[in-house]
Design a protein around this ligand. Structure first.
Ligand code: SF4
Length: 122
């Protein structure tokens, strides 16, 4: 498809070209490394959190550290997460039908490796 040449996408390219509610189109000012104050490129802060807030059902839990993805061995499904409060060290479990693990490459891998019941890792 590319004539035998390799192509890579080495940077963000999900920049909007038309304004969306709460976001402006890309201003081409090369300030992306500052976190895009215009919300023009896709990020959690400019895209998914505002969309979640618009549902009226968003709860933000700062100082929360996910320590384990809860796993139901019988159903072979993740069922929730265990969270530790960084200030109080209180541990709470949350269940959900769908879990998005977006903790970056290394921490997502770390969480998955420590969450799988011992003996199940092959
Ligand atoms: S900071 Fe945002 S608006 Fe500015 S160039 Fe980067 S993506 Fe476009």
């Amino acid at each position: 498809m590319y004539g035998g040449r390799r192509r890579i996408i080495n940077a963000r390219v999900a920049n909007i070209t038309e304004p969306l509610p709460g976001r402006l189109n890309c201003q081409f000012r090369n300030a992306c490394w500052l976190g895009c104050p215009f919300g023009a490129y896709f990020s959690t802060q400019s895209s998914t959190l505002p969309a979640a807030r618009a549902t009226g059902r968003l709860v933000l839990r700062p100082w929360s550290i996910v320590t384990e993805v809860l796993y139901d061995r019988d159903r072979q499904r993740a069922t929730g997460v265990q969270v530790m409060d960084a200030l109080t060290e209180q541990v709470t479990e949350y269940s959900a039908p769908v879990i998005f693990l977006c903790a970056s490459t290394l921490n997502s891998t770390w969480l998955l490796m420590r969450s799988k019941p011992s003996g199940d890792i092959t």
